[in-house]
Design a protein around this ligand. Structure first.
Ligand code: GLN
Length: 279
């Protein structure tokens, strides 16, 4: 079978499975060849070896069972950086880049930053990479996530500026440590809405999605404890789900946070909330 024939076959198999079957078939075949899509086109008349065809078949079958493309190729781009991902971590989303960009705008030299629920390390690693003059602490309850985040930090050359700690929120942080900036993209899907999610999303770790009955479980916990871990004048920034703006604003104000700012995503949905802790 030639390359173009394999693509045609893969595209047909993926019809109805994803929005762009041909593109995904091309990308998956390119991944088998360890080349990019453009290079694959140049080789479209070439024969696909038996081993490559077997791998391709395996990838197409994975995709047909709704395993996200990113878990098959084991990578996702975030803030222009390549992150290793597998089923132990949430796939970083473009919306989350807004949180990182807004944090970067507000950071000051020497700041100490905390990323809660770091997952793949997307937020922590990007902040360390694009704001070299800061120290980052990154926590996650999942040991496997911490290992992946460390790997990603190493790949980006920022491992020496991020302290990774396996921790349920603030639990295992060094005592008396206070932060200038706390960031988090916590799980915020309402428990009963998880069933309704796209099949692909349901392949992501449930601990990274489940925000409890009202979707606010982690905002409540983090915001209640944050005043003990944040410097006066320090900031907190979250990614939020649609329609969570009012509730999270109230939680923040009840906990002594002021100057609440909301930033919308490209779709016009309230996506990021930032506030300052003032005594
Ligand atoms: N911080 C990671 C991200 O934004 C993981 C978030 C999560 O698992 N909820 O991609």
């Amino acid at each position: 079978m030639k390359v173009y024939e394999a693509i045609n076959w893969g595209a047909k198999e993926l019809k109805g499975v994803c929005d762009n079957p041909r593109l995904e078939a091309e990308l998956l075949l390119a991944h088998c060849f360890k080349i990019n899509r453009t290079a694959l086109f140049l080789r479209r008349e070439e024969e696909v070896s038996k081993e490559q065809l077997e791998r391709f078949l395996e990838f197409i079958n994975m995709r047909k069972s709704h395993i996200p493309y990113q878990y098959i190729v084991k990578k996702q781009c975030f803030m222009g950086l390549e992150f290793f991902v597998d089923e132990n971590v949430l796939i970083p989303r473009p919306e989350t880049e807004i949180l990182v960009e807004e944090a970067l705008k507000r950071l000051k030299r020497g700041d100490v930053v905390l990323d809660i629920g770091t997952g793949s390390g997307a937020i922590a690693v990007s902040i360390a990479k694009y704001f070299p003059d800061c120290t980052v602490y990154a926590v996650d309850i999942s040991k496997k996530a911490i290992e992946i985040a460390k790997h990603n930090a190493e790949k980006q050359g920022v491992l020496d500026r991020i302290f990774f700690i396996e921790s349920d929120l603030f639990c295992n942080l060094p005592p008396n440590l206070k932060f200038d900036f706390i960031v988090s993209n916590p799980p915020y899907i309402k428990k009963r809405e998880i069933e309704l999610l796209q099949e692909e999303v349901k392949k992501e770790p449930i601990v990274a999605l489940d925000g409890g009955e009202d979707g606010l479980f982690f905002y409540k916990k983090i915001i209640r404890e944050a005043p003990f871990y944040i410097k006066s004048g320090g900031k907190i920034g979250f990614e939020i789900g649609y329609s969570q703006k009012e509730e999270v604003t109230t939680l923040l104000e009840e906990s002594g946070f002021k100057d609440v700012e909301i930033i919308k995503d490209l779709a016009g949905i309230d996506r990021v909330i930032i506030a300052e802790h003032k005594l």
